[in-house]
Design a binder for this molecule. Structure first.
Ligand SMILES: [Zn+2]
Length: 343
């Protein structure tokens, strides 16, 4: 009887936890940002979300990198929308039908050593499913958690080998001096954020094949910039290329203004309208823009120098946790997008 009771209790618990997605912290057993995750662990995390999200996430392997790592996207929306994903895709590609579903594509870690990106993707996916089903009623998020897994793993493996067990924020420490070849480019040392139009690399070729089947309304390309520059988002620096329409220009401005509201409320530093242009056609913001989307670059402070913690010029310490390289900016960015789209 006791055995039977234990068995049925285990079964009940097992069944009830089966339908529970795990946060990154619960899945890995440590807080995001306390170490960098290998790409295979990231893929395992998304597989866990797919298994436990009750139809709220579909994981699709769209190809393989040069070093044979899986290239994946996660489709995230309400289970009802995802059941109709092929219909939504068909309606979106036929200009005379409007399903009323905004398609937002979010790309992370095209530069492999801009290391908070993929970590932030996991947190964003989890929070979207666990906390923000209301945003997903009219939104399909297509999330590529790591465009350049070979470069990212090159960075992560190097960092884990040289880093102190307690991160050393002294900028002269070895863990802030990434050697050549850095994790920024792919296996063949090509910068994949210069390859969207030319498609010389297998990662780009396979991704664009999928991207062009969707042509989303919004494309977000997440990066990290220097450690002393806090955060950048749209609008981009003038002048814009002449093919960019007034509608795209205005929409980008609206999204930027909406993000600024959220950042202002939090007291976070940022800048807009500087440095990042919309001229060269082979970036992750311009290629989508030239193909009808609102394409935008986002730049968090960080980059290959930052590691898990580094002193900045103003004497502060930029950490992957405390200064929110992972933390809240991604969900806020998406909330800003969904709220702007719904107006
Ligand atoms: Zn970058």
């Amino acid at each position: 009887m006791r055995t039977l009771f234990s068995f049925s209790l285990a079964l009940t618990l097992g069944l009830s936890t089966f339908a529970q997605i795990q946060s990154p912290e619960a899945f890995f057993g440590y807080a995001l940002g306390s170490r960098f995750n290998d790409h295979h662990d990231v893929v395992a995390y998304f597989q866990q979300l797919e298994s436990n999200a009750n139809g709220g996430l579909i994981l699709d392997e769209y190809g393989r990198s040069n070093e044979n790592r899986p290239l994946v996207v996660a489709y995230i929306s309400t289970p009802e929308n995802l059941k109709r994903i092929e219909e939504i895709k068909k309606a979106h590609s036929s200009l005379d039908k409007n399903e009323g579903i905004a398609i937002v594509w979010m790309s992370y870690n095209v530069h492999g050593n801009e290391s908070s990106g993929t970590e932030a993707a996991m947190k964003t996916a989890y929070e979207l499913i666990a906390q923000h089903q209301d945003w997903l009623k009219n939104t399909l998020v297509i999330m590529d958690p790591c465009i350049n897994p070979d470069g990212r793993d090159r960075y992560v493996h190097w960092y884990n080998q040289v880093a102190n067990s307690t991160p050393n924020p002294d900028p002269s420490a070895a863990e802030h001096d990434e050697p050549w070849p850095s994790g920024r480019p792919n296996h063949y040392m090509f910068d994949l954020n210069r390859d969207w139009a030319w498609l010389t690399q297998v990662e780009s070729q396979q991704r664009i094949h999928l991207y062009n089947q969707w042509l989303p309304h919004v494309h977000v390309d997440f990066h990290e910039q220097g450690i002393n520059d806090p955060y950048y988002f749209a609008p981009a620096a003038e002048p814009y290329h002449e093919v960019i329409t007034d509608w795209q220009r205005e929409f980008q401005n609206g999204l930027g203004r909406n993000h600024a509201n959220y950042f202002d409320k939090q007291g976070w530093f940022y800048f807009t309208r500087e440095i990042f242009d919309l001229l060269y056609p082979s970036y992750g913001d311009t290629y989508p823009t030239f193909n009808g989307a609102v394409g935008m670059t986002y730049e968090q402070a960080g980059n290959g120098r930052a590691g898990l913690a580094i002193q900045t010029n103003d004497g502060d310490t930029l950490t992957i946790l405390l200064r929110k390289r992972i933390s809240n900016t991604n969900p806020i960015v998406l909330e800003g997008i969904t709220k702007t789209l719904s107006h």
